[in-house]
Design a protein around this ligand. Sequence first.
Ligand SMILES: N=CN[C@@H](CCC(=O)O)C(=O)O
Ligand SMILES: [Mn+2]
Ligand SMILES: [Mn+2]
Length: 318
Amino acid sequence: MSNYKLADKANWKGRSSNQQLYLHEKVQLSSIKESFTATNTKTIALLGYSSDEGVKRNLGRVGAAMGPDAIRKELGKMSNHLSEVAQLVDFGNLECENQDLEKLQNDLAKAVSFLLESDTMPIILGGSHDLAYGHYIGLAKHLKNGEKLGIINFDAHFDLRANTNGNNSGTPFYQIALEHEAKNEAIKYMALGIRKDANTKDLFEFAEKHKVNYLLQKHFGINYLEHVQLRLIQFMEDVDYVYTTIDLDGFSSAFAPGVSAASPMGFAPDVVLESLKLIIDSGKLLGVDVVELNPTYDIDDQTAKLAASLIHYIIHRL
Ligand SMILES: N=CN[C@@H](CCC(=O)O)C(=O)O
Ligand SMILES: [Mn+2]
Ligand SMILES: [Mn+2]
């Protein structure tokens, strides 16, 4: 069984205005255990995946279980420019119990599916990147016959490692690729910011074999914006919906020191924001997550603030 923790108002603090000038004043709390009725077409659901079991299994530095609440603390202090009728709803956290990561992923899939059925846009806060498997499965349940769900992953890593010894933070897209292969379908997977020094030859070979659409870190920069945009547009033309996952360890550690596996030569926020603009404006975005925030290694909450700023951008662009 996975633990479920109800949303906690203590995570939402900031200046008081009494006119919802700040997001902590805008946010509503709800539960995935109760039915939820969205009162607006723009209803954003926040759900935490408060686990680093996948990082632990992948021999990384633990601490990402504290990621979701650290993001909420920064997001709540930020300015609210949402319309009065738009809704921002915190649905609390799922936690890993008895190291049962597979059960947690399954529970996340059910929760994501519940959020879509409730007419909300899921934004999952991580948490180790194994959450991507549960998130994808939950979103895929929404597809009608023949519809395709593309994955756009901002990351230093492919996360295409084999899950021979169980699932972990490095295996989510391998699991998805294999499930597609079993059904004679191709995975629609784009990975942006891949580091050559952080992915082995066999991972590149697996990516080539499964026609993963990737851009190396050296080509994922604002100087290559036109090329990045073209690649994104071509990728999105071929799918009905997009699942976007942002692994904070893809950012340069100058921007994101608070992760398990830092990237001194990672990408910058500007190219990610430009990419998000295209993705959101395509109208195909079904779900998004920000993963791998590890507050234990953060400096002055910079990485938590970056994660919150990305979410702030997304919810206001939607
Ligand atoms: N989600 C992270 N996955 C990376 C971790 C790399 C590392 O620990 O150095 C991976 O498995 O490649
Ligand atoms: Mn990564
Ligand atoms: Mn990753």
